[in-house]
Design a protein around this ligand. Structure first.
Ligand SMILES: [Zn+2]
Length: 432
């Protein structure tokens, strides 16, 4: 469907691009940096007003103090029978670090040499501004949407916080979802990430002077340094990581992308004691066709097997704590994976909308990073990552997005909303 009026409306994105970049400038000016987080309230209130002005019914609700999500819906005129679309984006941005490295103020949008500079322009306030502006133009033009248009502006994505997860737990149904995170206008799925803590705990605490009796013939004291035992578990994880690299693969990922990183180790009390507790914090990357529960079980089974081969660990096996709802609060995070199905009618329709604006089909593949897409996909909603900006510019000093790319993106989203939300649910041949 490429009716003439859509083209005319898309042309307005060119003509009114000052408004798009003014909106982006407002979003960039809120320093919603995470960590430390807890600083998105005003930005979310601003975004909520924009949505209300475009005819959305909105809710702003706290996830953490100072960090609310905004969820919104614009009810379709024939919502039972027409397709719904969920648009998702995160309001938080990556740390700025030493802003002395920046040539420009990270929180003041600067347009220069065809690029828009500022923290979040690529990841992902550019995407949010485009979603808002496309919705605004459709509303102003009085375009009827027969199906529901849903919007989630979430917190916490940069710190592994469960903004999108919380939205899905409150309940959300849609026939298709777009996460407007950085993808350079490619349609992407993703692998997943889960962090976990592996802990060894001795039931007794021994003085350092007892070591000789614990390790030498005739000592008679059955104890162990949990630090030394953890070294065996780390070696075991390396074996498993190598096994995965050899035995698992997924198209779109370099072999061995499924890594197990021993990221942080904490153990022992003091030089005068045998270490009676040791915890290892691991970061695990897995493929789109795997889920985090199965990955956690596989690691547990493997490490319990390693423990079986050690007389002390056989009696005192490791314990596990997986994931968490926040790196800041829980020291743990989960990003579920997201597979793509090329047969999804939403994916095909988005390809068409992209082609209508850019003249070529978009790349379809896998993000080398992770986003909130997996939380939406887990609820059975066909979900893709599709957003403006390049990953090498996200999180970087002097973050920027290509101005034309953002304009193209806004046009594609505008056309896609008008197309998708006016397709009947029972459309023949696209039951996927
Ligand atoms: Zn992002």
């Amino acid at each position: 469907m490429t009716e003439a009026w859509i083209g005319a409306l898309q042309q307005q994105v060119d003509e009114r691009q000052d408004e798009l970049f003014a909106l982006l400038a407002e979003l960039v000016a809120y320093p919603t940096v995470s960590p430390p987080a807890r600083n998105t309230l005003e930005a979310q209130q601003f975004l909520e007003k924009q949505l209300q002005a475009s005819g959305f019914a909105t809710e702003l609700w706290e996830v953490y103090p100072g960090d609310p999500n905004v969820t919104a819906v614009k009810r379709g005129t024939n919502r039972e029978r027409y397709r719904s679309l969920l648009l998702n984006g995160h309001m938080d941005v990556a740390e700025v670090g030493d802003s002395g490295g920046w040539k420009r103020d990270p929180f003041k949008l600067v347009l220069e040499d065809g690029r828009a500079y500022g923290r979040g322009t690529a990841d992902m306030k550019g995407g949010l501004a485009a979603l808002l502006f496309a919705s605004k133009l459709l509303t102003e033009a009085g375009v009827e949407l027969k199906g529901d248009l849903l919007f989630q502006a979430v917190i916490g994505e940069e710190a592994g916080e469960a903004g999108t997860r919380a939205c899905m737990e409150r309940g959300c149904e849609a026939d298709f979802a777009i996460v407007a995170d950085t993808s350079g206008l490619a349609i992407q799925g993703q692998g997943g990430v889960i962090t976990g803590w592996v802990t060894l705990q001795s039931p007794e605490t021994f003085h350092d002077g007892m070591r000789s009796r614990m390790i030498h013939a005739g000592g008679g004291v059955q104890g162990a340094s949990t630090i030394e035992k953890m070294a065996k578990l780390i070696a075991g994880l390396q074996d498993l990581e190598r096994h995965w690299a050899v035995s698992k693969s997924y198209e779109g990922f370099p072999p061995g992308s499924n890594t197990i990183n021993p990221a942080v180790i904490e153990g022992g009390r003091h030089a005068a004691f045998i270490a009676d507790r040791c915890s290892l914090w691991i970061t695990v990357h897995f493929y789109p066709n795997e889920d985090y529960e199965a990955i956690a079980s596989e690691i547990e089974a493997h490490l319990l097997g390693v423990a079986q081969g050690d007389p002390w660990m056989r009696k005192h096996p490791p314990t596990f704590r997986w994931g968490g709802r926040s790196m800041i609060e829980d020291r743990g995070e989960i990003f579920p994976s997201q597979e793509l199905n090329p047969q999804w009618s939403g994916l095909k329709a988005l390809e068409q909308s992209h082609q209508q604006v850019l003249g070529v089909l978009p790349a379809v593949g896998m993000s080398p990073s992770v986003t909130d897409a997996g939380w939406i996909g887990r609820e059975g909603i066909p979900t893709v990552i599709y957003g403006p900006g390049q990953l090498e510019h996200a999180h970087a000093v002097d973050e920027s997005v290509d101005i034309n790319e953002l304009i193209y993106y806004t046009k594609v989203i505008l056309g896609f909303i008008a197309d998708w939300c006016n397709r009947p649910k029972e459309e023949a041949g696209s039951s996927v």
